[in-house]
Design a protein around this ligand. Structure first.
Ligand SMILES: Cc1cc2nc3c(=O)[nH]c(=O)nc-3n(C[C@H](O)[C@H](O)[C@H](O)COP(=O)(O)OP(=O)(O)OC[C@H]3O[C@@H](n4cnc5c(N)ncnc54)[C@H](O)[C@@H]3O)c2cc1C
Length: 479
């Protein structure tokens, strides 16, 4: 067995997962079908929770220097309301950064940590047995590992071969998007865009360099969804929607996307798991897909590592599905709602006006912003205070910022009483006694993904929860 885990696909999800596994010395191989990164740019940006995860793994500076900070609000159905004051994070902004740049940062990080990444290697088959998975590549090579994770995107080969259902709705609305040189004068474009945006929210032309615009326009009558769009498709659609093709020429790249909405029925079958777009697809409105995939990876990484290293409690790996499937379900639902709100029909337009009014209530606006940015997620860890199951923001501690202490992907006991201990779990869980920690609780136990796994001040209760999340303690007398 050469590898502990093989990951199919080196997009943002696969690259992040590889890095998370390497934090625990898991032998990881990432197989990526393509030899070159995609030329098209698919992303609006990283939302708050993903920026927090970058900070938690020491990647904040790398991404900040490659991105542009924008306000955190106005992403729900593009309703133009600023985010409420006092969002509970030091990273309360959107970071505009192209997807290929994020992938490069994450892949470099994974490789620096010791992951192997092989490009131009497509997974075409696999077979699992009691001990592991045999993975077959397009060139006929067979590789063996203990686990396989399909991070191979919306058309996932791994998911299809696994036979996992992918129920939902097929694409109803196709959209063309590209970066194209434009011949028409700037003020003419601006006037037309503001006129049309009143009625058609799926149309936009935004500057993307000197004389070049990012063009988004509904695509009607796509017959062959596999065939790439042409400049002529853009000209035809622009004339149909705007009455002019703005003299578009010399495209940098052209792409097309749909609004299919689907969710895998299971995220795990035996030794094979799914993450990112392989597990869920939805329209890009609100810019959540990449964020969701990266967050899947951080949820799964330490659990799969625990399984490989042999200390995982029996049900730990299955909590990946239990926690992340409902999160994806919620994202799918919010994108369905947002798509309705983009419609030019009188009914949805009236609902949009009503919601716009409601967002003047701070709690409504906050709820939607926390949903899109994923800082509102609360996993169901059973009954307990509201903080249980939520992520802790990057609070100040006597030793610096909290997230600085989570870089190694270990658990952390934040102990304001100074009298608790992580005992036989100290090889997996750090302990910080800090009476100054700005917490509404005496002590919290954080999982490696930064979510609160326990709150309290009783050692026996803590030990039960350490066992629940981190398995059996090491008996030092036996070592
Ligand atoms: C127009 C548009 C705008 C978007 N904007 C945003 C945004 O602002 N914010 C956001 O969060 N999300 C956005 N998204 C969604 C985001 O692009 C995806 O959710 C994200 O790419 C998912 O990452 P992934 O790693 O799971 O899958 P992918 O990025 O699809 O990566 C899968 C990888 O697997 C490889 N692969 C496929 N098959 C195989 C195989 N058999 N063997 C080996 N490798 C294989 C592929 O080559 C690819 O590199 C947008 C999407 C679109 C279409």
């Amino acid at each position: 067995m050469h590898f502990d885990v093989i990951i199919a696909g080196c997009g943002p999800t696969g690259a992040m997962l590889a890095a998370e596994l390497r934090l625990h010395d898991v032998r990881v191989l990432v197989l990526e079908k393509e030899t070159e990164p995609p030329s098209f740019v698919r992303i609006v940006g990283l939302h708050i929770r993903s920026i927090e995860l970058m900070a938690m793994r020491g990647l904040l500076e790398r991404i900040l220097e490659r991105g542009r900070r924008r306000p955190a609000g106005a992403y729900f159905a593009a309703i133009d309301k600023p985010a409420p004051e006092g969002l509970d994070s030091p990273y309360a902004y959107l970071l505009g950064i192209p997807q290929p740049v994020i992938v490069r940062v994450l892949e470099d990080h994974a490789v620096e940590l010791g992951a192997q990444v092989r490009h131009g290697r497509a997974v075409v088959g696999f077979a699992q047995d009691d001990d592991g998975v045999t993975v077959e590549l397009a060139d006929g090579e067979r590789l063996r590992s203990r686990y396989l994770v399909g991070c191979d995107g919306g058309r996932s080969t791994v998911r299809k071969l696994l036979g996992v259902g992918f129920p939902g709705e097929p694409s109803r609305n196709e959209t063309l998007m590209g970066e194209i040189a434009v011949g028409a004068p700037q003020d003419e474009i601006a006037a037309k865009v503001s006129e049309l945006r009143e009625t058609d929210r799926r149309f936009s032309l935004a500057p993307a360099g000197v004389g070049v615009y990012r063009v988004v326009v509904p695509a009607a009558g796509v017959s062959d969804r596999a065939a790439p769009p042409t400049l002529e498709d853009f000209r035809r659609q622009l004339r149909a929607v705007a009455g002019t093709d703005f003299g578009v020429h010399s495209p940098r790249w052209l792409s097309r996307f749909g609004d299919a909405t689907r969710l895998a029925e299971r995220y795990r079958v035996g030794r094979v798991l799914l993450a990112g777009d392989a597990a869920h697809i939805h329209p890009p409105i609100g810019g959540q897909g990449l964020n969701l995939g990266v967050q899947d990876a951080v949820n799964l990484g330490w659990k799969l590592a625990a399984q490989v290293r042999g200390w995982a409690p029996e049900t730990l790996l299955d909590t990946y599905h239990a926690e992340r499937h409902p999160v994806a379900e919620d994202v799918l639902d919010n994108t369905r709602a947002q798509m309705e709100l983009l419609s030019a029909e009188p009914g949805p337009r009236a609902v949009r006006r009503l919601l716009t009014e409601l967002m003047d209530f701070e709690e409504v606006n906050r709820h939607l912003v926390e949903k899109i940015t994923a800082i509102g997620i609360r996993y169901d860890f059973g009954a307990g205070p509201d903080l249980l199951g939520r992520r802790l923001p990057d609070i100040d501690l006597k030793e610096g910022r909290l997230y600085g202490l989570l870089r190694r992907g270990r658990g952390l006991l934040l102990d304001r009483t100074g009298r608790l201990s992580v005992g036989g779990w100290s090889d997996r869980v750090d302990h910080l006694a800090d009476p100054t920690a700005a917490l509404d609780a005496p002590c919290v136990l954080l999982r490696p993904d930064g979510h609160v796994a326990w709150i309290g001040d009783d050692q026996r209760d803590l030990d039960d929860h350490l066992s629940r999340w981190f398995g059996r303690p090491v008996d030092r007398s036996q070592v």
